[in-house]
Design a binder for this molecule. Structure first.
Ligand SMILES: *Cc1c(COP(=O)(O)O)cnc(C)c1O
Length: 381
């Protein structure tokens, strides 16, 4: 098979001269840590998604930790989530002493299945953490109904879905709290970075306290003098800095362009891979508009007569950075040691066996897409 000269990774940031200038400008300013850019970035993200508040964090994982804390997750509380996600989602529940409960996914969207979630609700359930896997928003209305009936909090993991929308609303405006990640492969980047958007002032205040040691200026401390502050909660140093936020602000200006380009690339794959037997293309719900963080196909090994491993290796040998998202979280040794057993989410496990992620990122060209498609066709025959 023909090999590419350079490695085509499955995802990659786009950083241009404007981004670099924005970072340099901050480096020359008096503020490197928490200065004006962080707040500006928070307002800009909140505005973009249509939420009242946003609180920026050092990374998406810290942001999820903050959201679980703000939701009051603790010892004995159960939080229902999907096994087809990055481990950080359920790890955040463990950080707070809670118990992640895995419910199976929908075989068409690969997202957490609301019917499966209902089956897992107990008197200990406190929250649901659905993940907009690959950038396709979850059916939030269905989760909101479940949450309302059972007095649960929804923490949406939107690490893949900044710029995506559900029923005409951007992700981040509806769930009680939504997390976005700004890791370089995600829709926009700040290097490392994350944010929670919310419409709740109560969560907003808790999140701010949590990311900064649990320290704030209270009315009492104001009386004591300008040096005085109070630590009222056991928080962390989870702050985003002004250098990251300056990059984020510059990147945010290009988000719509990035998402548009991802949609074009997904469209090209859909077209060029249509009607190839043995390849199952990603399905989209009518009322969602994906941000196409990932373009994931399934291989039907019976039809293509090659194992996923063989196809994966052949693509990698051609210098194409295919990937597999994700190993079901409860398969990891750490979770197995906690007592989670294989076999509990059969749809997720079957997806994992057949999944193959193809490269998508804004700077990918039509020639790159054609190369991937040709290589894939060769690899499966
Ligand atoms: C990237 C990612 C995270 C964690 O974000 P970081 O910014 O890398 O900490 C959480 N959940 C999902 C689904 C992710 O893809």
């Amino acid at each position: 098979m023909k090999k590419r000269e350079n490695f085509l990774s499955y995802g990659k940031q786009s950083v241009d001269e404007m981004d670099i200038a924005a970072v340099v400008e901050t480096l020359q300013s008096p503020f490197l840590t928490q200065g004006p850019r962080v707040e500006e970035f928070e307002h800009a993200v909140a505005n973009y998604v249509g939420a009242k508040y946003a609180v920026a964090f050092a990374n998406g994982t810290a942001a999820l930790h903050g959201a679980c804390y703000a939701a009051g997750i603790g010892e004995g509380d159960e939080v229902i989530t999907t096994p087809i996600t990055f481990a950080a989602t359920s790890n955040a529940v463990l950080y707070c002493g809670g118990t992640p409960i895995f419910a199976d996914i929908d075989e068409n969207t690969y997202n957490l299945d609301p019917h499966e979630v209902r089956k897992k609700i107990t008197s200990k359930t406190k929250a649901i953490m659905p993940v907009d896997f690959t950038g396709q928003p979850v059916e939030l209305d269905l989760f909101m109904d479940i949450a309302e009936e059972n007095e649960l909090v929804i923490i949406e993991d939107g690490a893949h879905s900044l710029g995506a929308s559900y029923k005409g609303c951007r992700v981040g405006s509806q769930a009680q709290m939504t997390m976005f990640s700004f890791h370089p492969v995600k829709p926009i980047t700040t290097g490392e970075g994350g944010i929670i958007t919310t419409n709740s002032e109560v969560y907003y205040e808790k999140l701010k306290l949590f990311r900064s040691h649990g320290i704030s200026k209270t009315p009492y401390s104001m009386e004591q003098g300008d040096w005085y502050y109070e630590m009222t909660e056991l928080g962390f140093n989870y702050r985003m800095n002004d250098i990251q936020a300056a990059l984020g602000l510059s990147q945010l200006n290009k988000l719509n362009q990035f998402v548009e380009r991802r949609r074009e690339i997904a469209g090209l794959y859909n077209e060029k891979l249509a009607n190839i037997s043995g390849i199952i293309l990603p399905k989209q719900l009518e009322d969602t508009e994906s941000g196409w963080h990932l373009y994931m196909i399934q291989l039907d090994e019976q039809i293509v007569c090659k194992s996923r491993r063989q196809v994966f290796d052949e693509m990698r040998n051609a210098n194409i950075g295919v990937h597999v998202h994700y190993i079901p979280v409860y398969w990891h040794p750490y979770y197995r040691d906690l007592g989670y057993e294989k076999g509990q989410c059969p749809v997720a496990e079957e997806l994992y066996e057949r999944a193959l992620t193809l490269p998508v990122f804004p700077e990918m060209t039509e020639v790159d897409v054609e190369f991937v498609v040709c290589a894939l066709k060769q690899a499966i025959t």
